[in-house]
Write a protein that binds this ligand. Structure first.
Ligand code: WT7
Length: 637
């Protein structure tokens, strides 16, 4: 497989940058031409950021799975599409060739059809990191069903909210999942969620851990039994559903500044083109390379850079079920060594956690196969960047710091490995076709260099969010109304003298904990459900490993006894309502919160206190009762 759109030299990078700004439509039409379309598009781009209404490759017909699978069968049929490394190093790994994967996807697509799943239906996927997760995702895409993958760490309540929002009538899950020394009872969590979701018609359950599960007659089916049924039916084919370029491909829920996560919708054509283009160029993928992205498919990183981008590019994608620190902190390096991984794409939080174990677990492994290292999910601090560069890359692997979001579908700002220079803690330059701008709080563009502002994008790229599922107005309000005429990212950003971008973190009430997005309002809602809680305010604070930790200030009715038990109880409530990833790191009981006369909580002050900056709290004169600040300062954890 060759990539006509692969940028191979700094000069070609220059040319692509220029062409993509001077003639975006011509630029993307050329990139899109190397994909398999059942019918070519009528127009490359129609857009209006005010409504918003964005169409890429309108009139074009395709199926993304034909691009990920069918078109590779001739030349790559016997090449590995997915290499799967289990949680437990003692268990056998699996190698799934393009031919195998095609077969499995077609089979499971027929299972879905047999269970009456139709084009446009929403299918919720709640599974561990097993190859069948990729199979389920692709099988949905094969028949035009819209998948909504939910990360295996979310609680029953979170699942129920997402099922309701998407009106998903079908679920694919596992009996359980392995993560380190833990076994997560996925099916049982689904059962709890479904008490509230009577509209769910079918639950297909893959056997993974053999943890006992209860199956509901008529609703719950075993994956293995369903496969047997289609095997005996004769016709093993499942022609791909021909989709419009703008038909939705999937929904992925993500947190915002309100209490309710929103379903980000991506479309078939643009998402395919952009994820593949960015995959090949940022990582400088060469045929035969082993690409290891350590994310979970439950997040956008896994969608774009474990499944769709690599498979469209005919790459070998390594899928790892486990965690970096089990059975020991050498697990990643063990995997790199075992499969001679060439590209490692991971998160700063994982790096920082591994750094704390020293070089022992690193130096016992041969990492010489590595060519490119990637970082994603949060700002990478300089120390982690250097550690990765020196100890993992041995100074010879370009480190790409890739900035993007669930809503952008693919990498937006990043250096290109070996083509454009890196700069520690900078994502550096936009990809061709991406037009970032910094705006001030009044929405005015800030020109020039050595400036900071709110990061916006002023022109559409193919994998931009199309809508928030079931509520288009919410999409407009969230992303296109703060600074009219621009897509607003929610991030603050600095641009240096050379035009490099440095993301400084969220400017809204969204936290980034271990690279996971969590809304403060969501956590507050969960805390407030606890019977003893009167009111709460949640802010982020710098955390050595997680990047940001969750700090909760809670007004608590003292009638409930032991403070530590109450803290545990509140934390448990949050885990039950959202999931363990949202558990507060610190809970401080306070008698009051700093509010303005109009009753608004002054988070700025709480943030400063949580950050340990108690001396310089800024103007507190508008507070209803300035004394509460003293009390909170004194009680800081
Ligand atoms: C937010 C998006 C993109 C996939 C994983 C997270 C932060 C992401 C970087 C980076 C600094 C980063 C931003 C962004 N972020 N990558 N390289 N440098 N910050 O996706 O859950 O949609 O979160 O993650 O704040 O807005 P997400």
């Amino acid at each position: 497989m060759s990539y006509p759109f692969q940028i191979k030299t700094p000069e070609e990078h220059q040319v692509a940058m220029q062409k993509s700004t001077n003639d975006p439509e011509g630029f993307w039409a050329e990139v899109a031409s190397s994909f398999l379309w059942r019918k070519r598009w009528d127009s490359v781009l129609d857009w209006n950021f005010n409504t918003p209404d964005i169409k890429w490759f309108a009139g074009g017909k395709l199926n993304i799975t034909e691009n990920c699978l069918d078109r590779h069968l001739g030349s790559l049929g016997n090449k590995p599409a997915i290499i799967w490394e289990p949680n437990d190093p003692e268990e056998h790994h699996r190698v799934i060739t393009y031919r195998d994967l095609h077969h499995k996807v077609v089979q499971f697509a027929n299972v879905l059809k047999n269970n009456n799943v139709k084009k446009g239906d929403r299918v919720c996927i709640y599974m561990g990191m097993v190859p069948e997760l990729a199979v389920a995702v692709l099988a949905c895409a094969r028949i035009g069903a819209i998948h909504s993958v939910i990360f295996g760490g979310f609680s029953a309540q979170s699942i129920a909210d997402r099922l309701q929002d998407a009106q998903a009538e079908f679920i694919v899950t596992c009996d359980g999942a392995y993560r380190g020394n833990k076994e997560i009872p996925l099916k049982s969590v689904i059962d709890d969620a479904l008490v509230q979701c009577r509209f769910v018609k079918k639950v297909i359950v893959l056997t993974r851990t053999r943890i006992p599960v209860s199956m509901i007659k008529g609703r719950d089916l075993w994956w293995e039994d369903e496969i047997k049924k289609v095997e005996t039916m004769g016709n093993p084919d499942c022609p791909a559903e021909i989709m419009d370029a703008e038909d939705p491909l999937f929904i992925l829920y993500t947190s915002g500044s309100t209490g309710k996560p929103k379903g980000v919708v991506h479309s078939c054509g643009g998402y395919m083109v952009y994820t593949t283009y960015s995959f090949v160029n940022v990582f400088q993928y060469k045929p035969g390379d082993i690409h290891f992205c350590t994310a979970d498919v439950g997040w956008i990183t896994g969608h774009s850079y474990i499944v769709y981008g690599p498979l469209c590019a005919g790459a070998t994608s390594l899928m790892f079920e486990g965690i970096p620190t089990w059975p020991d902190a050498g697990r990643f390096w063990d995997v790199v060594d075992k499969y001679k991984v060439n590209i490692l794409y991971t998160a700063p939080t994982a790096i920082r956690s591994l750094m704390s174990y020293g070089l022992g677990p690193v130096n016992t492994h041969d990492l010489s196969s590595l060519k490119v290292l990637g970082s994603v999910g949060e700002p990478i601090n300089e120390e982690a960047w250097q550690w990765l560069n020196e100890n993992i890359g041995k100074g010879k692997c370009p480190v790409v710091d890739t900035w993007w979001q669930t809503e952008t579908g693919g990498i937006m700002i990043s250096n290109m490995a070996g083509i454009t220079p890196s700069k520690p803690s900078y994502a550096t330059l936009p990809l061709p076709g991406v037009q970032p701008v910094l705006v001030d709080d009044a929405g005015k563009e800030i020109e020039g260099n050595n400036v900071s502002g709110n990061l916006c994008i002023k022109f559409p790229w193919p994998s931009i969010i199309r809508t928030t599922y079931g509520d288009h107005e919410r999409c407009r309000l969230n992303y296109f109304s703060t600074y009219p005429g621009y897509y607003f990212t929610g991030d603050g950003c600095y641009r240096d003298e050379a035009g490099n971008y440095r993301i400084t973190g969220r400017v809204d009430d969204v936290l980034n904990v271990s690279g996971h997005r969590i809304g403060t309002a969501e956590v507050e809602n969960a805390i407030n459900m606890h019977a003893g809680v009167i009111e709460s305010a949640v802010v982020g604070y710098p955390h050595d490993i997680k990047g940001q930790g969750i700090y909760a200030f809670v007004i608590y009715s003292s009638t409930h006894g032991d403070e530590n038990l109450s803290r545990q109880d509140i934390s448990q409530t949050v885990a039950r309502i959202i999931g363990a990833i949202a558990r507060p790191d610190k809970i401080q009981f306070v008698s009051n919160l700093p509010k303005t006369r109009s009753g608004k909580i002054m988070r700025r002050i709480l943030r400063k206190i949580a950050e340990g900056e108690v001396e310089n709290l800024g103007d507190t004169s508008t507070l209803l009762d300035p004394n509460v600040v003293e009390e909170i300062k004194n009680g800081k954890l």
